[in-house]
Every structure is written in C-alpha cells, then in structure tokens.
Design a protein around this ligand. Sequence first.
Ligand SMILES: N[C@@H](CCC(=O)N[C@@H](CS)C(=O)NCC(=O)O)C(=O)O
Length: 271
Amino acid sequence: MATAIGRDDYKLKYVSLAEAKNMSGLRLILGAHTIPGPWREACKSLFYVKNIPYTPVASAGQDGSDRELREWTAQNSAPVAIWNDERPRSTWIEQLFLAERLQPTPSLIPANMEERTLMFGYINEIAGENGFAWSKRLTMIHGTVTNPQVDEPTRAFWLKFGTKYGYSAAAAEAAPARMVEVLRFLGARLQQQQAKGSKFFVGDQLSALDIYWAAFAALVQPLPPELCPMATAFRAFYTERNPVVTAALSPELLVHRDFIYREYLELPIVF
Ligand SMILES: N[C@@H](CCC(=O)N[C@@H](CS)C(=O)NCC(=O)O)C(=O)O
C-alpha cells in the first residue's frame, strides 16, 4: 500500500501508482491527503452516485515526486480516472463521460440539448480553466507567496505550483471579480429554477452540475467538521474571507450544496 501524506486514519486504501498499473477496472489517482480538493471530490462523487467501485491510487510517486504520474498520464495534476487499459482521463469532462458510459443510470448528462449545453457551460465556469476554482486557487497562491510570515521553502513550493496554473500578481488581483461573476450567475440560475419548482440547476433531476457545485462550494465554505473531517489548517485556507466574494454567495447556493450532499453524496466525506 502506498503511504498517504498527513494523518494515518485514511478510510480510502490507496495503492501506489506502480501497483495500480498492474490492475484492471477503474482506478482513480487522487492526492492522498485530508483536503476536499474540489476536482477530486467531484470526480469521486460521479462514480459514487453511479455505484461504480474504484481503487484509489496515491498521486505521489515512490520517491515523492510527480515523475511516475507524468510517465503514466502525460500530465501532473490529480484526479485522473483510468479504466482498464484505456487512456488516462485527467480532465473533468472526460471523467464525466467515462462515468456516464460505465453506468448510464442515474444519468448525469441531460438528454435535452438546451439543458445539456447549459450544464456543460456552467460546469466549465466552475471547474474549467480560468473559472471559479481556478480563480480561487490564484487567490490562495497569492495570499501565501505574499505573506511575509511564510518560510522560503513554502513560498518556493507555492510559486512552482503557481507556474502550473497561470499565477501572477495581476492574475490574482483579477480573480475575486471572476469568482463573484460565477457565484452570481449560479445563484441567479438557482433562483430561476426554484421559481419553476425545481431543486436542481437544470431540468428537474440531478445532473453533474449539481454535483460539481456541491463539491466546489468547499472553496467558499467547507462542510462542517463532522461531515468533512479535513485538515484543520486547510479549513481556514479554503474558507472565503473576501467580503466582495462572500457577498456574491447567495444563501440558496449553500442550501443547495447541503441538499445535494445529504440526498446523493457520500457523507462524511472520505479521505
Ligand atoms: N485537470 C483537471 C483539473 C485538476 C486540477 O486542477 N487539480 C489540481 C487541484 S489544486 C491539482 O491536482 N493540483 C495538484 C498539483 O498540481 O500538484 C481538470 O481539468 O478537470
């Protein structure tokens, strides 16, 4: 078994990348840590709601570097979903299509064209490049690298992390406005849907968008410790404090997140 970073009470039994290569079926390469990374939690949840079992794989290699991950998946972020000997799927949209193919019910991609195009567009605003979470990450990197109390190795780590995701001080300064834009758009959508009597973002049933929002809401307000037993230091880090951003978060968005987790997703969150 691979060694997970952090605590020793992991529920998920992570195997190493080397072990996973010799397995078949579904393997999910995940950062093995007690942080509800939203891409990670959304990806896990797609397979959870469809009741598709998977083997969790720790993303760090035996030497702690990303070399093994790059060699297998031709990129260096997590999560990655790998089905049998098919190509590794390292983006949210490929992971969603894989889940839908492996188990078509419950369907998470609307059959209706209008609803489907809306759903993909909205998820892209949340999880895609330059979207809500991408922007939040820029603010987290900026807050760390500009903090005079941060030691040099930590600053160097975050600057390197930042080069992967387009960090610059200017990009980070523009990020809160982008987060506000997406939160307002999501909040307005939910209100329109509620006016039509729907509890979901599109149509009148669960779609991947409901799952993506539920997972990505952790970047403004993680679920309470009993539902999300995450590393304490990261709880403060994830919790949004910028009043401009928190003002754009409608109460309905958190009510929706709670509803989706309570009715459909795995609680407490497993690490
Ligand atoms: N590639 C994913 C996004 C995944 C992603 O951004 N993962 C980040 C979350 S912070 C990650 O694994 N970072 C760890 C790292 O880069 O070392 C997608 O496009 O859907």
